[in-house]
Ligand binder design. Structure first.
Ligand code: AMP
Length: 656
């Protein structure tokens, strides 16, 4: 039998051999437990002061529980059934119709939040723009009309290749308004990554910005788009957001007829765009994430269930209220940006603060200076960012008044206890604020495990299941493991805010529910303590987490194989003090190729161009051969154990 099945994923269940370092992590967590009680005021004012009762409702009558949450949205037509579930398929709020942009904008425009700031945007160079809900309404409606004029219809796919700029948020909401399915490709990805995503979803329209800003430099984006769409004739329009221009400027003449100027197409005066009444189960967006094959994996989220989840958890977990200034340091290219820059906080009517650029440029002061200036109350950030701030020392944030910052939520990768304690002391300490961890993923678009502000925080552990979540830790055969034993993290019930399918690849979707029949397998290794707190220790598959970004080993290996000199490649993740994990690649050269002095840097550049900077290996080792099983499968586990100085385990299956 071949190693790969019809969907291209490994056919066998991943073995559950924990590495030495994972075992050491479990022992450390059991030994050195630190407990941080929640600040009294935060706990007293928490949205779920009595989460035990909420949890009871959710377990006792899950359908009623989720119906109550869904009813906090505005529905065009009410749903008549809460859930239809036959694993792996689940449909929520069946028969209901709604529109996501109406829930994020119109419901505020027809209230006293009309002139309140929806988005405060700051550029890396200090440029500032504020969008009130009223302005957001007009811009979204206009761009929705523009897309309709271009022939975009309900169900058509629109790819965005834009940095964190208000026009990106406008485009997402305009798609939602007319029922087009948006798919944002992070504007740091390279040509091959962008092209494969455009092809996979057969996008009719691409909306891009002409450049993005990084560390004081303009990085062009348009050439990447030009290259990606050159021979894709099915792409009918490319809309270019020219960042140097403003609404009303004369449009430029583009070389190609299918290219248009963002502000030009948006210029028509009609400001109402009739929202499509979307079925609850109609896709809202596709977001590509890394799997264990190099093929793009388009996670599909649907309108009703997704919006119900992000609306509920923006309040219940992140404590976002309409009076808050909330800042997520993520980007619209990731799931955090979808759920908790755009749909969650806007559905509540909060003010979303966002900034383009990295959080330590032009100086490590910038984040805290902005928090002070804008009075940020709630922040969502990544452990990598915390470790970076930590490396600059606690004196930097201590210079600023962070007394309004009451909650800092971290997600995307393990938050190590040292970084947690540092953030609690220096970032949250001034305000009696609280640092909380939370676990989720592109496939489950809002918190699943986390530390609610009524719980004590236990650094190194994420927290407990959110109300409505039934999580477990199991062995490779799906048998529940006792507390304190590491195993696969599974969810025993579907959630409304979970993916419904993988775009164009139902078999690949089914994999999530096959490994442990009837359960959703998250692909992570976790352990639960006797009090019900989970710690997530990393992936169980060939996916790396570099600075909070999921990168498939197969993507990087595939890119290396596209280099003219490479015959074989294998990629592993190694621990990194700042980024959590870093990429190391092992490469076998083609016969006759000799390793000249520039070869390794040419290989690195190649991956960077192809996939983007986040996927570039930090280290490449040239080898005469790679360790393989007798059936020819590369044994990355062996390479990793050798690098880490650990026991490589049973080698009897190795060919050589
Ligand atoms: P993504 O889909 O790119 O957001 O990546 C999701 C993956 O990141 C999860 O499957 C985990 O491996 C990891 N992850 C996310 N949040 C946490 C967390 N709080 N602790 C540990 N790992 C996390």
């Amino acid at each position: 039998m071949s190693d790969r099945d019809r969907s291209g994923e490994p056919a066998s269940a991943p073995s559950l051999e924990l590495s030495d370092s994972q075992r050491a992590a479990i022992a450390r967590l059991a030994r050195d437990e630190v407990i941080i009680p929640p600040p009294i005021e935060l706990a007293r004012e928490a949205y779920l002061r009595t989460d035990a009762i909420e949890r009871m409702h959710a377990l006792g009558d899950p359908e009623r529980f989720w119906a109550d949450k869904a009813n906090q949205l505005d529905w065009i037509e009410p749903f008549d059934k809460v859930l239809e579930f036959e694993a792996p398929n689940h449909r929520w709020f069946v028969g209901g119709k709604l529109n996501a942009s109406v829930n994020c904008i119109d419901r505020h425009v027809y209230s006293d939040r009309r002139n309140k700031a929806a988005i405060i945007w700051v550029g890396e160079d200090g440029e500032e723009h504020t969008y009130t809900y009223n302005r957001l309404y007009r811009e979204v409606n206009r761009f929705g009309n523009a897309l309709r004029r271009m022939g975009v219809k309900r169900g058509d796919r629109v790819i965005l290749y834009m940095p964190l700029v208000p026009e990106g948020i406008v485009t997402m909401l305009a798609c939602a308004r007319i029922g087009a399915i948006h798919s944002v490709v992070y504007a740091g990805m390279g040509t091959a990554a962008l092209k494969s995503r455009i092809e996979d979803c057969a996008a009719k329209v691409i909306v891009c910005s002409d450049w993005t800003m990084r560390r004081g430099r303009q990085l062009p984006l348009k050439p990447t788009v030009d290259e990606a769409v050159r021979d894709l004739t099915f792409v009918e329009h490319v809309v270019v957001h020219r960042r140097g221009s403003r609404p009303g400027d004369a449009p430029v003449q583009f070389d190609s007829e299918r290219e248009h100027d963002f502000y030009d197409v948006q210029a028509a005066r009609e400001i109402h765009c009739e929202p499509e009444a979307m079925d609850s189960e109609d896709p809202l967006f596709i977001l590509y994430t890394s799997g264990t094959t190099g093929k793009p994996k388009g996670v599909v989220h649907v309108t009703g269930g997704y919006l119900t989840g992000v609306h509920y958890l923006a309040r219940a977990f992140y404590q976002i209220g309409e009076r808050d200034i909330y800042w997520s340091t993520s980007d619209i290219g990731w799931i955090v940006g979808h759920s908790f820059i755009v749909y969650g906080p806007l559905s509540i009517g909060a003010t979303v603060f966002c900034r383009e650029g990295v959080p330590d440029y032009p100086s490590p002061d910038v984040t805290w200076e902005l928090c002070e200036r804008f009075g940020v109350n709630i922040m969502f950030t990544a452990p990598t960012a915390v470790r970076m701030w930590m490396s600059h020392g606690g004196d930097v944030p201590s210079k600023y008044d962070l007394s309004r910052l009451r909650l800092i939520a971290c997600a995307g990768e393990p938050l190590n206890p040292e970084a947690h304690l540092w953030a609690q002391k220096y970032l949250a300490g001034q305000s009696k604020g609280f640092v909380v961890d939370n676990w989720w993923q592109t496939e489950v678009a809002a918190p699943v495990l986390g530390t609610l502000p009524t719980y004590e925080a236990r650094p190194g552990k994420v927290g407990k299941p959110m109300p409505g979540v039934v999580a477990d830790v199991v062995d490779a055969n799906g048998h529940p493991l006792p507390d304190g034993h590491g195993g696969l993290l599974v969810l025993r019930r579907p959630l409304p805010y979970m993916l419904r399918t993988v775009w164009g690849d139902a078999a690949r979707y089914e994999k999530y529910w096959e490994q442990v029949p009837g359960c959703y397998s998250a692909g992570d290794i976790a352990v639960r303590d006797r009090d019900g707190y989970f710690a997530v220790l990393g992936r169980s598959d060939d996916v790396l987490n570099v600075a909070g970004h999921r990168i498939g080993t197969a993507d990087v290996e595939g890119s290396l194989l596209r280099h003219a000199s490479v015959a074989e490649s294998a990629v592993i993740g190694l621990p990194d003090a700042l980024k959590g994990e870093r990429i190391k690649a092992f490469v076998v050269l083609k016969p006759g190729v000799t390793a000249g002095p520039g070869l390794v840097s040419s290989l690195k550049d190649h991956v960077r161009q192809d996939l983007g900077p986040i996927a570039q290996p930090s280290d490449i080792e040239l080898r005469p051969s790679l360790p393989k099983t007798r059936s020819g499968k590369i044994v990355r586990r062996y390479l990793k154990a050798v690098e880490m100085g650990e026991d490589p385990g049973d080698l009897s299956t190795l060919a050589d």
